[in-house]
Design a protein around this ligand. Structure first.
Ligand SMILES: Nc1nc2c(ncn2[C@@H]2O[C@H](COP(=O)(O)OP(=O)(O)OP(=O)(O)O)[C@@H](O)[C@H]2O)c(=O)[nH]1
Length: 502
């Protein structure tokens, strides 16, 4: 049978109606395949969090704007992701990491503080840093576990939470740094904005990737990210091509800024929104967040290499906006998959995998119009199992269902690609045979009759009766059904297992 050709819209072409998508999450990317070790727990997990947090914090120093203020602070995203995935279990390792980094930093910035003072500074920093992200992660985790929250609602919530928690973290951490004499009060004004956008970029751009990794690495994940899994990916080669275009664009606009030394040219980075939206709409969630992380890392490295620190805030604002856009794109492939599933449910009968009556109505309108226009023939066939009620009554409904499934398979194997085979209801089926002469139509129907007659269910052989009619110019679907139904009734009158042409 041919694929349905009811509508020619792009989304409909993309969804294959004749191959029902039985499970949208079939290709859910929730396996731990990339992580070759046993999932971490207990002390191993704590040590992993401490070391990875410190390493991620260090990466943020590539674009330190002023002392203590990095305009790209991946540790913020990592903290939020840790709390989201591990809950309170992440508090101790992050606190240890915060203290270690504060002491290390104190020595690095040559602060005139004793080790004990620096450790207290670390505790205060840890609390100030963790509190807002813990609160944000708790709200987000709660929303994630609610089944009625949609993907777009989750994404809006994540963006709001990312914006607010990073703002609060900025205020608290700067306060803690000033309180513990690690930062001068005079520097607050200069540090505030870069600090905030740095944290926000860390959260909005990187937290989704960190959360995805932690879910796979940890044995004690509090969340699953199934809701964000989709299979709308192209092949790997095509994905790499898109990422390469992204990187080339970043390189081009940042080189432009370096050569022109003009702040205006830095704004060209916003063109990246186009390529990221392209990835978001055509690739899986995982690839989407990975490409955002690659772009942000690349921008940060180029700021460093090309000495573009004067424009870094433009780049970071751009990254936040682009990431927010791209995250919304996650919903698009998912909506497409849901749409395809819905269409399958409406157009394909779940028991027999024949088309439904709804599909028949739409497809016959098309076929009838085409037949009128071209003058080609269109045969309409109704058929029904003989004494099916008895099969149900004597053998049970499981065998009855089996009979319907076998009938459907046999019929599908016989009809041509262009024919339409639909379940009209109960044990009644319809065949729409376009572009065929009377003899061939009757031969085809005879083959179906014989095929059904050869089916044996629990030692009972099936048989069916057929009513066949040729579409006339004045016919509507209703008149076709009526005529075919009368022909079918005549076959039943003759004792069944017969074909009648009217
Ligand atoms: N097992 C099963 N039975 C179904 C399904 N849909 C309808 N039926 C049964 O199909 C039977 C149809 O019976 P009738 O329309 O009276 O016809 P019949 O017994 O085949 O008799 P004739 O058509 O006159 O030969 C009813 O018993 C329905 O309950 C289904 O999805 N599965």
């Amino acid at each position: 049978m041919e694929k349905p050709a009811i509508s020619k819209s792009r989304s409909q072409q993309a969804s294959k109606v004749d191959k029902p998508t039985s499970n949208v999450h079939e290709h859910a990317e929730t396996g731990r395949s990339f992580w070759p070790f046993k999932p971490l727990s207990g002390l191993y997990q704590d040590v992993f969090i401490i070391l990875s947090w410190i390493a991620i914090w260090q990466i943020g120093r590539i674009v330190e704007y002023t002392e203590h203020a990095s305009v790209w602070f991946p540790a913020a995203g990592y903290t939020l992701a840790c709390f989201l995935v591990l809950g309170w279990r992440a508090v101790v390792p992050i606190m240890v990491a915060a203290i270690a980094i504060t002491v290390w930093n104190g020595h690095n910035y040559l602060l005139p503080l004793s080790n004990v003072e620096m450790m207290w500074g670390g505790v205060l920093f840890g609390v100030a840093h963790m509190l807002p992200y813990y609160a944000g992660a708790s709200v987000l985790g709660h929303l994630l576990r609610k089944p009625d929250v949609t993907t777009p609602q989750l994404i809006v919530s994540f963006l709001i939470i990312g914006c607010i928690s990073s703002l609060v973290a900025t205020q608290l951490v700067i306060g803690s740094l000033v309180l513990t004499n690690q930062m001068s009060a005079a520097d607050i004004k200069e540090a505030m904005l870069p600090f905030w956008i740095g944290d926000m970029a860390g959260v909005v751009v990187l937290a989704p990737l960190f959360a995805g990794l932690l879910v796979k690495i940890s044995a004690a994940s509090k969340i699953d990210l199934l809701a964000f899994s989709n299979c709308a990916s192209s092949d790997l080669h095509s994905y790499f091509k898109k990422v390469a275009i992204n990187l080339a664009l970043i390189l081009f606009v940042m080189l432009l800024a370096k050569l022109t030394q003009s702040r205006d040219s830095a704004f060209a980075i916003f063109f990246l929104a186009i390529t990221h939206m392209w990835i978001a709409c055509t690739e899986s969630t995982k690839r989407n967040v990975i490409s955002l992380a690659i772009s942000s890392l690349c921008i940060v490295l180029l700021v460093h290499i090309f000495a573009l620190m004067d424009y870094v805030k433009v780049y970071q604002f751009a990254l936040n906006v682009i990431a927010a856009n791209a995250l919304f794109g996650i919903a698009i492939p998912q909506l497409q998959a849901d749409n395809a599933l819905l269409k399958d449910r409406v157009f394909v009968d779940t028991l027999t995998q024949a088309y439904t009556r709804e599909y028949l109505a739409q497809r016959s309108a098309l076929e009838m119009a085409q037949s009128r226009e071209s003058g080609s023939s269109l045969y309409f066939v109704m058929f029904d199992l003989d004494k099916f009620k008895r099969i149900n009554d004597e053998l049970g409904h499981v065998d009855g269902d089996n009979a319907l499934r076998r009938l459907s398979q046999v019929t599908k194997d016989i009809v041509r690609k262009a024919d339409v085979f639909a379940r009209f209801g109960g044990d009644e089926f319809v065949l729409l045979l376009p572009n065929i002469n009377e003899q061939n139509a009757l031969n085809l129907v005879e083959k179906v009759r014989e095929g059904i007659n050869a089916i044996i269910i629990s030692e009972v052989s099936l048989s069916s009766s057929f009513g066949v009619t040729l579409m006339q110019q004045s016919d509507t679907l209703e008149t076709l059904i009526q005529r075919a139904d009368r022909a079918l009734y005549a076959s039943k009158e003759k004792g069944g297992n017969t074909i009648t042409l009217k």
